[in-house]
Design a protein around this ligand. Structure first.
Ligand code: MLT
Length: 262
């Protein structure tokens, strides 16, 4: 499905009926990341899954895409779908950075929050430098070079040893990102604000999910995030790295169902 929103046409899935669940993908991914959730959770809820601008099937818009821009796109999608009730918002990694921005701008639209494989801290100076290097690499060599650099860090040793099909699927999702979309996201993530002060303001039920082998969001950072969000629950998923929803879909889906009471 597609809708003209703001300054681009967003491609999205809207499957199932009942309480709305909005899933926001990470970088450099796309809505195909959420296929196992679309299949399982649309049986019990209304699952809404956008391709962010420049990823998957949504066209890119040149220039930096801030986390606030992506959050505004997601709010515009809910408006266009006439969803005015609070949603369960689930963001993975960059999707989590966007979920923090969404919370800051539209808290009343969030009924429950799921923060997967994400972190509250901003980029360090070194990470900011690496964003510029990655942007230059993407412009020179394309999405393929970004996929080559990212893929080994994304998945757990177990997934890498036992699930060639998940490796291939993740790579394919990355190859579907446009260079403009990749560069826009890198520039946006590079300048994202520190979300640490946001954590204590979160007043809705929150589930944090971390793959036990996640190389991006450390156990210490995630524990600090849990301590800072009042009443937040934490699910650690064994055998998963940065993409627990894809690597251990049954466990991830069960954690979500239990959290939202479906
Ligand atoms: C993601 O998965 O969204 C990215 O790895 C996040 C990041 O690079 O900070």
């Amino acid at each position: 499905m597609k809708l003209q929103l703001r300054d681009f046409t967003m491609v999205y899935d809207d499957v199932g009926q009942g309480s709305p669940l909005l899933f926001i993908h990470g970088y450099p991914l796309g809505r195909a990341l959420w296929q196992p959730q679309i299949e399982a959770l649309s049986q019990v809820a209304r699952v809404i899954v956008p391709d962010l601008r420049g990823f998957g099937d949504s066209p890119a818009v040149a220039g930096k895409a801030s986390m606030e821009t992506y959050a505004a796109d997601c709010a515009a999608l809910l408006d266009a779908l006439e969803i005015h009730e609070p949603v369960t918002l689930c963001g993975l990694s960059m999707g989590g950075y966007i979920a923090f921005a969404f919370w800051r701008a539209h808290a009343a639209r969030v009924g429950q929050l799921i923060l997967a494989a994400t972190r509250a801290l901003p980029d360090s100076a070194e990470q900011q430098e690496n964003r510029l290097k990655a942007a230059a690499l993407a412009e020179k060599e394309g999405a393929e070079a970004i996929a080559r650099a990212m893929l080994p860090k994304m998945l757990s040793p177990k997934t890498q040893a036992e699930h060639p099909e998940i490796i291939a699927q993740t790579k394919q999702i990355m190859l579907n990102a446009s260079v403009t979309g990749i560069v826009s996201a890198l520039l946006g993530m590079r300048e994202r604000p520190d979300s640490t002060p946001t954590l204590a303001t979160i007043t809705v039920p929150t589930l944090i999910v971390r793959g036990a082998d996640d190389a991006f969001a450390s156990a210490e950072e995630v524990a600090a995030m849990q301590a800072a969000i009042p009443g937040a629950q934490l699910a650690i998923i064994a055998g998963a790295g940065h993409l627990p929803n894809l690597e251990q879909p049954a466990v991830f889906n069960q954690a979500i169902k239990q959290f939202i009471g479906l």
